[in-house]
Design a protein around this ligand. Structure first.
Ligand code: FE2
Length: 423
């Protein structure tokens, strides 16, 4: 977050900044707990695969992040709530010491959920006290660390949802995640055929600069050359993707990248993640059909919604579908340049959209200082960029310059696609 230079902060603007920071902090932290309201403590302990973390771990890790990157450096003599937390809840920060291996997070039946919630309360009180008592000299660095911690927690709010949905997808009872009302309820806005929107290309600026928070991987803003292209005004739907399946899309190698062809065979994929054939399930609600495709999501098991965006695609499947459809995926720069075109639908409210761009540093990339330098930069190999945002992305979290990234075989995130083609 860009903040005014120390010497320009008057006591009046400092008071306003403190008020706003305390409010933002309380809102984001409360939202994480609101997401867990329908979950039992058993739900919150389970780890369904190495990539997915237990809810309880997300609650502890986001708290550890504030304790380690905000409180420890800025509160003189700060004593950690519980010295064991650093080992349990450090995710991947080599510079911050040893940690529990990621696939072992499901072993954390202890500390009890109550202890993790007490940890949150302890850190929340300490952060509020730090914000309330800071002076103008430290405010810029404290507010920068706070902003990073809040955007980090929002990223984990989305992971919390996708991780518990994955766990529930493995439960024969197929429970619904049932978030608080209003959450994840976004009009799908995908009706009608897709329209092609034209972009003239040329030298366009991409990336973030100016006021407002952005991660280091969105900087620096820089010019890039685009050829003229066209891009679909909405995401590919389940109905459209089913036509690819029914055309033997998963059995014809000519649509697939070599690694993708290997991946669908190694994993036995014949449809997007969370699509299930009704006749293969032992238990399903009585109102659901005996045959045909069902799909599972945060709202439980249901008949496939043909007009909704297809989701839980790997990059490989998105690329194969595009090939079958006589199109291609947009690059991340085409996506960003097109994101403000009149008529663009489902920009950031439905599903993350795979792009044809490797997750690489921008020219002139500089990671954040200190431990936060490990936040993004060290993951810049072997991953693809996704743009947009999903129904599980907290409101206000993503931007048109936002770069999400995952390995190409990832399917448990809410990942879909938008087609592009050369003009
Ligand atoms: Fe994290």
């Amino acid at each position: 977050m860009k903040t005014p230079a120390t010497d320009t902060i008057s006591s009046f603007s400092l008071a306003a900044m403190i008020r706003s920071a305390r409010r933002n902090y309380a809102e984001v932290r409360t939202h994480s707990l609101a997401l867990t309201r329908s979950l039992t403590s058993e739900d919150q302990s389970v780890q369904s695969m190495p990539d997915a973390s237990p809810t309880k771990w997300h609650l502890g890790h986001t708290t550890w992040f504030f304790e380690t990157l905000l409180l420890a450096p800025h509160v003189p003599g700060y004593a950690p709530f519980d010295a064991r937390m650093a080992y349990l809840f450090n995710s991947y920060y080599e510079s911050l010491g040893p940690r529990l291996a990621r696939p072992e997070r499901g072993m954390l039946t202890r500390p009890a959920l109550e202890h993790v919630l007490a940890y949150r309360q302890h850190v929340d009180a300490a952060v509020d006290n730090l914000l309330s008592t800071m002076d103008a000299a430290v405010a810029p660095t404290v507010l920068d660390a706070l902003a990073l911690g809040l955007h980090h927690e929002q990223q984990h709010q989305e992971l919390l949802v996708t991780d518990i949905v994955h766990a529930f997808s493995r439960n024969p009872l197929f429970p619904a995640f049932a978030p608080p009302s209003g959450l994840l309820e976004i009009p799908r806005n995908s009706s009608g055929g897709a329209e092609w929107l034209s972009h003239p290309g040329g030298i366009v600026d991409v990336g973030h600069d100016g006021p407002g928070f952005a991660f280091d991987n969105e900087r620096p803003r820089h010019p890039t050359l685009l050829r003229p292209f066209a891009i679909a005004d909405r995401l590919v739907t389940n109905r459209e993707y089913l036509a690819f399946i029914d055309d033997d899309g998963y059995r014809r190698s000519d649509f697939w990248l070599s690694d993708g062809w290997a991946a669908i065979h190694a994993n036995g994929w014949e449809a997007p993640g969370y699509w299930m054939r009704a006749e293969t399930l032992a238990l399903r609600p009585s109102e659901l059909p005996d045959e045909g495709w069902l799909s599972f999501g945060h709202d439980g098991l249901h008949a496939l919604d043909f007009d909704d965006a297809v989701t839980h695609l790997s990059f490989y499947e998105a690329a194969a579908y595009a090939q079958w459809a006589g199109a291609r995926l947009p690059t991340e720069f085409e996506w960003e340049a097109a994101s403000t075109l009149p008529g663009m639908r489902q920009v950031a409210d439905r599903a993350w959209q795979w792009t044809r761009s490797s997750y690489d540093p921008y020219p002139g990339f500089r990671p954040l200082a200190g431990a936060a330098s490990e936040y993004n930069g060290k993951f810049m190999v072997g991953q693809l960029v996704l743009r947009g945002g999903s129904i599980a992305t907290p409101p206000g979290h993503a931007r048109n310059s936002y770069r999400n990234f995952f390995p190409p075989a990832t399917r448990w995130q809410i990942t879909g696609m938008r087609l592009a083609r050369d003009a």
